[in-house]
Design a protein around this ligand. Structure first.
Ligand code: AZC
Length: 809
């Protein structure tokens, strides 16, 4: 978009003054940021309006991505960038002696998700808009995001994340588009005069769903899509029925916090309420919008695709059925045909505890009409399946099983497409987790390997690298990511390799300064920066990393004068508040950090930095500075991973098990350009099947390993209560569920190879360059193109010469 610096400066001053009634020179960073954000939003608004009108005018098919989580990150920089205004804004502000970077830091980072799943949803929103496709997000406007993590004496403490404190300039409250969502009460069906069975409700809890819309700005293509987040309120006409603040709680709490405590019944009930609230409001507003198209209802699947992001929004299936039958008066068969063709589902995990199951009694009480519909879907499914496939398969795939509603089964049965998020993961779904369904519906299953938006994760997070690539191969790769492979041609070019090393060093210096500022730890930017950033979970094996660090520490202590490649181990990870073991791992790493970072024998040879409150903004600081990307989950457990892709795109070398998308990383960059170790998923399956694994035997037979494990309980690590014992017990006495000890030796061996390579900086830079140049297939633009072609059947609405242009992969 065209805005001159002069015009920007003038408009910014006016904007500030109109908001705060004094001059910008007196503004705080938060105020200046708010003014700037609103001004940028003003620039966006005309495109936002035009995009919406264009979609309606051309009767364009819309995708609705239903997700309980979105992790958009800060939006000022990326919005200005995608609009093509970033340089103008920076220049304008510097004329006013203001720093863009400083103002940008004042933006709250909306933590409306737990991790990979929510961030993927946001990368997808960016790609949908950048490809010019009509893609809408649908989710919840949690008043408090995921807890803010602090460490107190090395222990994780959770504080509320009040991200809306200073207002949110990007959102628009849209009172015109509210919906009513009903819970509980009694429902019965009665025939009306046209002979339709219609439901009657009494004593329901009625909740007003208020949408807050946020623009999703496409990259230089004038497209602005919508992310709609719902907030729960008391319906105005019912306000008089509420007499005390306490009475309003059941409504307000629905959108108060992300993932309320699910360790008790009340918490789980609230979660189910949230799911239905978001689903019902979303589906109602889709149907309302669909009417604008003036086409028959049977054509809904030609104009609407609803995507179910993990099982959390799976109630879309019965809710769409409810609306089509109860409100639109279609027959069951007509409604089912529409629903099934409209919905598609992505599975993001094989962890049993994450595959949602709701007690039938709870569902019946909270959502009586929805439960009736689920029961009918189940009955019809059983009726059709039993004669063809027999008892075993039918009962294993039924939706209602042993007193629970199996949400994955509901999602699969109600969707025309089911996908996993990396090749291995999809294979595991087909051959293990959902194998009976694969027998019933092989044609529904497909793989869509995850992706990331290079715009946020490379262009913006790593401007120096971006500049270097531009200098060498031109700027086409920004619009056509596959062009990045041209960069491979520079693998032997001394000048490029030196510059690449320089870029990395600069990024590491910046991170080192930040580490000093927030952690008070001095690290040497020339040391190897080894990064593991992701949720803390036993299957991701941060404790394998921990054991290796402890092993290193013991070696240094035994021989401080030997030649070591200096390393900084960097962690970022939140543990679920009720996940005790994960919190114990955090404590042990923090205590080990205290020991190592203050030991004069160790000095720069080894440092440990565990950042507090890992999230999108912190990731943007860490990733450009990483040398090694730790992707060390037990093979078969990590569905895909996405930090692996971001780190690769920023030139980190991957140290990986053959799990999730690591396998595809290896395939793209070549085995010689990363470090692979550990059991394969096949070996993991075999070990589990024949139950031959004896962790204690490994402990007793490998003296190095024994040494390390004993150090957990010997008092070597200061300031522990029972956390060292807890780790020891789980690994040795409770037979090490995630085969940490089994993979230890090959992990250490791989880590030694990492050191050897780092000594040859030229060779390191060459491999780093090859990783960058091979990362284009992980552009979310390609991933979204595949979803669009294979699942949603939607196309770009912009001219071929505008914005992102995918020729091939
Ligand atoms: C994650 C998977 O664990 C991760 O491997 C994958 O890359 C990511 O989804 C995106 O597909 N799953 C979650 O984050 N799940 C939840 C409930 O947060």
């Amino acid at each position: 978009m065209e805005v001159t610096v002069k015009q920007f400066v003038k408009e910014f001053k006016q904007q500030f003054q109109s908001m705060y009634a004094y001059s910008y020179e007196e503004g705080s960073n938060e105020q200046l940021y708010n003014a700037l954000g609103l001004l940028v939003k003003n620039y966006i608004s005309s495109y936002w309006k035009e995009t919406r009108e264009k979609y309606i005018k051309n009767s364009v098919k819309q995708v609705y991505y239903f997700s309980m989580e979105f992790l958009p990150g800060r939006q000022l920089r990326s919005n200005a960038y995608n609009l093509g205004l970033l340089d103008v804004v920076k220049e304008g502000l510097s004329e006013l002696e203001l720093s863009f970077d400083q103002l940008a830091e004042a933006e709250a980072d909306p933590a409306l998700g737990n991790g990979g799943l929510g961030r993927l949803a946001s990368c997808f929103m960016d790609s949908l808009a950048s490809l010019g496709m009509a893609g809408n997000g649908n989710g919840i406007r949690y008043q408090y995001g995921l807890f803010r993590q602090k460490f107190v004496d090395g222990y994780q403490v959770e504080l509320p994340e009040n991200w809306l404190r200073y207002r949110n300039v990007w959102e628009t409250r849209n009172d015109k588009s509210t919906c009513m969502v009903r819970f509980g009460g009694n429902v019965w069906l009665e025939e009306n005069h046209q002979g339709h069975l219609v439901p009657h409700y009494e004593n329901t809890l009625n909740v007003l769903a208020v949408p807050y819309d946020t623009p999703m700005v496409g990259y230089r293509n004038d497209t602005v899509n919508n992310l709609r987040l719902w907030s729960a309120e008391i319906p105005v006409e019912e306000e008089a029925n509420y007499h005390t603040i306490e009475e309003t709680e059941p409504i307000k709490e629905i959108t108060q916090v992300l993932y309320p405590d699910d360790s008790n019944y009340e918490g789980r009930l609230l979660r189910l309420k949230q799911e239905y609230f978001m689903v019902s409001a979303g589906v109602q507003s889709i149907i309302r919008h669909f009417r604008k198209y003036n086409v028959p209802r049977k054509n809904i699947p030609d104009k609407v695709a609803i995507h179910i992001n993990d099982t959390h929004p799976a109630l879309v299936v019965p809710e769409l059925m409810r609306i089509l039958i109860d409100e639109e008066h279609l027959s069951w068969e007509q409604a089912w045909e529409i629903t099934f063709k409209t919905c598609s589902y992505t599975n993001h995990t094989i962890l049993r505890e994450a595959l949602e199951k709701w007690p039938i009694d709870m569902m019946k009480e909270l959502l009586p009409r929805i439960y009736m519909i689920i029961e009918e879907i189940n009955n019809r499914f059983v009726e059709n399946t039993l004669p063809l496939y027999g008892e075993r398969i039918t009962w294993q795939t039924a939706i209602l099983q042993n007193g629970v509603v199996n949400m994955a089964h509901l999602a699969v049965i109600g969707s025309h497409s089911v996908n996993g998020v990396a090749k291995l993961h999809t294979d595991i779904l087909m051959n293990d987790v959902l194998k009976d369904f694969f027998e019933l519906y092989p044609e529904r299953f497909n793989n869509k390997t995850n992706g990331i938006t290079q715009r946020r994760w490379v262009h913006l997070a790593n401007p120096e690298l971006t500049k270097l690539i531009d200098e060498k191969i031109g700027e086409n790769w920004k619009l056509t990511p596959s062009e990045l492979k041209v960069f491979k041609g520079f693998e032997k070019d001394k000048d490029t390799l030196n510059k690449l090393t320089d870029v990395k060093l600069k990024n590491k210096k910046r991170l080192a300064d930040y580490i000093k500022e927030v952690k008070g730890i001095t690290v040497d930017p020339n040391a190897l920066f080894d990064v593991q950033i992701k949720r803390l979970h036993a299957y991701k094996r941060q404790h394998l990393n921990l054991l290796h660090i402890l092993h290193r520490y013991l070696e240094i202590k035994a021989d401080p004068s030997a030649d070591y490649v200096p390393r900084v181990f960097i962690f970022g990870a939140k543990a679920a508040p009720s996940y005790h073991y994960a919190k114990q791992i955090i404590k042990v790493i923090n205590s080990l950090a205290d020991l190592v970072n203050n030991d004069p024998d160790v000095g720069d040879k080894l440092k440990i930095v565990f950042f507090e409150n890992y999230g999108v903004s912190l990731a943007e600081k860490i990733i450009p500075a990483a040398d090694i990307s730790e992707q060390i989950s037990l093979a078969s457990m990590e569905a895909s991973g996405t930090s692996n892709m971001k780190l690769m795109a920023n030139g980190a070398l991957t140290l990986a098990t053959l799990d999730g998308a690591n396998i595809e990383i290896k395939d793209f960059v070549g085995e010689e350009n990363l470090f692979v170790f550990g059991l394969s998923s096949k070996e993991v399956y075999e070990l589990k099947a024949n139950q031959s694994y004896q962790a204690r035997e490994l402990y007793e037979s490998n003296p190095k390993l024994k040494n390390v494990l004993d150090a957990l309980t010997s008092g070597t690590i200061p300031n522990l209560q029972d956390e060292g014992y807890a780790l020891f017990d789980s690994l040795v006495n409770f037979n090490d569920e995630y085969f940490v000890l089994k993979d230890f030796a090959s992990y250490v061996e791989a880590q030694n190879k990492v050191d050897d390579l780092y000594k040859d900086q030229n060779e390191w830079a060459r491999k780093s360059l090859l990783n960058i140049a091979s990362s284009a297939p992980f552009s979310a633009d390609y991933t979204i193109q595949r979803y669009a072609d294979d699942i949603w059947k939607v196309r770009s609405c912009v001219e071929e010469d505008e914005g992102v242009h995918l020729v091939d992969e």
